[in-house]
Design a protein around this ligand. Structure first.
Ligand code: CTP
Length: 378
């Protein structure tokens, strides 16, 4: 239908971006298809809709020059091929009409710049001017332009590079890693919502530690989640050392991710030790202590959620509660839960997060019967 519509309008058109990448990688369940027209994307969308059964509505975003048709569960996005240039203080590009290659050049990564022809003259041909296919095979995240330009133009791409490397288990090319580190401060012009979207995707990946290690390496982490960076390092006093709570946290997140897909449990694992940085003390008699870090940590969760503009809802309370229970030996109603309660609870509840939520409603009391003080989650 798209081929026919584009021939009627005499414009060339191509499928481009994530759909082509995921199709070649054999990743199923596409949610959207991006189609680029060398001409008006909006006109092409209108023509396609007029040919589809039921003549679906076309949503037009005039400011962006794009249009979208919903087809079952699929969103089909149409855009005219374009050239982009950027002002330094904004992610919003100045746009002008361009060729297919201009459009491929403006894209973030070579693996996202692959175009599949929908024109009858070369139907199904892959247009790959930047060797995206080679990068898919070599499992490399690389930019079509000089990395410094791509990341400086749109700093969200620094997060996207790390997110794709984590989701696909790819390597970010060295020049890209260096450019991300050099441009790290520019992440500040990206909205919190966008950053959180990418964080969610990293946390939902099979091995989230890969993404956090990259955020750490590129020095984006102290800008986005300074509470985590503060956990790094091992101090030694009088021959006594404590563990490195940053790398320990990443291990816990990976462990939990093997057991549960629940995003908020994974967040809880990520944040379970954040109270340890501000509570760290060395006592001559007992050595290193992090006394009260669970309470401090659960309060920090609230501040962190607020700063990242995450909703302060029951999910946030759940994360707080999990952090509160994370490592203090506690009694949960009749169930005795020892150290590393988050891990234990996840293990016990498996993927049944509803059970876990119910468990969290129980009163929490300390292990020491002489201090049977009730803790609430305030
Ligand atoms: N794109 C870009 N720079 C961005 C965002 C997107 O160049 N900051 C381009 C890429 O070519 C990308 C396409 O727009 O493939 C579609 O973007 P999006 O739907 O956000 O990502 P996908 O690649 O489709 O991947 P996913 O759906 O996993 O986010």
């Amino acid at each position: 239908i798209v081929t026919e519509a584009s021939e009627n309008l005499q414009v060339e058109c191509y499928v481009i971006g994530g759909f082509v990448r995921d199709f070649l990688l054999g990743r199923g369940n596409p949610k959207d298809i991006d189609i680029v027209a060398v001409g008006s994307g909006i006109e092409l969308a209108r023509k396609v809709a007029s040919k589809l059964p039921g003549k679906p509505q076309v949503s037009i975003f005039k400011n962006f020059g794009t249009a979208m048709i919903k087809h079952g569960d699929l969103e089909i996005e149409f855009v005219g091929a374009r050239k982009e240039s950027y002002h330094r203080d904004s992610r919003k590009p100045v746009v002008e009409d361009g060729t297919l290659e201009d459009d491929q050049k403006r894209r973030d990564f070579t693996i996202n710049a692959l175009a599949l022809s929908l024109n009858s003259s070369n139907l199904g041909d892959l247009l790959d001017p930047f060797d995206g296919i080679g990068d898919l095979e070599r499992k490399i995240i690389r930019t079509p332009l000089a990395p410094d330009v791509t990341y400086s133009d749109d700093p969200l791409r620094m997060m996207r590079a790390i997110r794709f490397a984590t989701q696909l288990n790819f390597t970010i090319q060295l020049q890209s890693l260096q450019a991300i580190t050099e441009n790290k401060e520019r992440i500040k012009i990206v909205s919190k919502e966008r950053i959180v979207d990418e964080l969610h995707k990293i946390i939902a990946s099979k091995k989230p530690s890969k993404g956090f290690a990259l955020l750490h390496k590129t020095e984006l982490l102290p800008i986005i989640l300074p509470e985590l960076t503060a956990l790094e390092g091992i101090e030694e006093i009088e021959g006594q050392r404590h563990k490195d709570n940053f790398w320990h946290t990443l291990e816990v997140v990976d462990n939990i991710s093997e057991t549960t897909d629940n995003l908020w449990l994974r967040w809880a694992a990520l944040l379970h030790d954040i109270g340890k940085a501000p509570t760290k003390k060395f006592h001559k008699k007992i050595g290193w202590t992090f006394h009260g870090h669970e309470f401090v940590g659960s309060k920090m969760v609230y501040k962190l959620f607020k700063r990242l503009r995450l909703p302060l809802n029951d999910k946030m309370k759940f994360v707080q509660k999990m952090v509160l229970m994370s490592s203090r030996p506690i009694v949960l109603s009749e169930d005795f839960v020892t150290d590393s309660a988050v891990r234990r609870l996840v293990f016990d509840a498996g993927d049944n997060v509803d059970d876990l939520m119910t468990l969290c409603e129980a009163d929490i009391t300390t292990k020491n019967p002489r201090k049977q003080k009730k803790y609430t989650n305030n």
